[in-house]
Design a protein around this ligand. Structure first.
Ligand code: HEC
Length: 193
């Protein structure tokens, strides 16, 4: 009984004493999730492109991308998603301060070593505190241009228009910021490790 009460007091004090989150380094585990997201999706995309060309692969991408994001989120406890300034999937539109952060990333999508740039920050406080990791997804010629590039085949255009009537994700050149992977951890969970 006393012990339980004591635990309650400690929790209450800890809750009050932490109005803003301490910096939490989530980079390694976030990068690992982002790597798996991209490897899994690219594997499925390549297989679908081989089997049915870009027109067939659009539907595969539409199914696979949200499914991979959901399963990695469930497994990790983080929220894993893709976002973009010029989005195809309306769910990828950046809300709140994400737009400004994506604009910063778009200004320099690659590091000096030519690697996708990364940004990290924390948001919220108390129970809502989150640690975020965002990594650039740079546009490449192959295989991305078939569905995101500057000259897209008419049959691909038609299929995209059918599935994504508000599509903004075309006209990209190699090296542009196509989008980003965002991994957001509840800070409490990050601290438990
Ligand atoms: C076969 C067509 C196709 C190819 C090739 C393709 N994509 Fe996409 N891409 C899509 C579709 C369809 C979506 C929307 C998926 C969804 O509904 O979540 C998408 C969404 C995205 C998103 C999420 C943000 C948004 O706009 O919805 C990013 C980032 C992205 N693609 C990057 C790439 C990159 C980088 C490549 C090359 C490695 C690539 N894509 C190749 C069809 C394609």
């Amino acid at each position: 009984m006393t012990r339980l009460m004591l635990a309650g007091v400690i929790l209450a004090v800890a809750g009050c004493a932490a109005p803003s989150p301490e910096p939490v380094d989530v980079s390694a585990k976030s990068a690992a999730l982002a790597d798996r997201f991209q490897a899994d999706l690219q594997g499925q995309l390549q297989a679908a492109m081989k089997a049915g060309g870009p027109v067939g692969a659009i539907g595969v991408c539409q199914q696979a991308a949200p499914a991979i994001a959901a399963s990695l989120s469930e497994e990790s406890g983080a929220e894993v998603r893709r976002i973009a300034l010029k989005e195809r999937n309306p769910a990828a539109a950046p809300e709140g301060d994400l737009r400004e952060r994506l604009e910063q990333l778009a200004a320099a999508p690659l590091t000096a070593e030519g690697k996708p740039a990364v940004m990290q920050w924390t948001s919220g406080s108390g129970a809502d505190a989150k640690a975020h990791f965002m990594r650039a997804i740079p546009m490449k010629e192959q295989p991305c241009a078939a569905c995101h590039g500057t000259s897209i085949a008419p049959e691909v255009k038609n299929k995209l228009a059918e599935l994504y009537p508000a599509d903004k994700a075309t006209g990209f050149k190699s090296g542009d910021l196509r989008g980003a992977i965002l991994v957001s951890w509840p800070v409490g969970a990050a601290r438990d490790e």
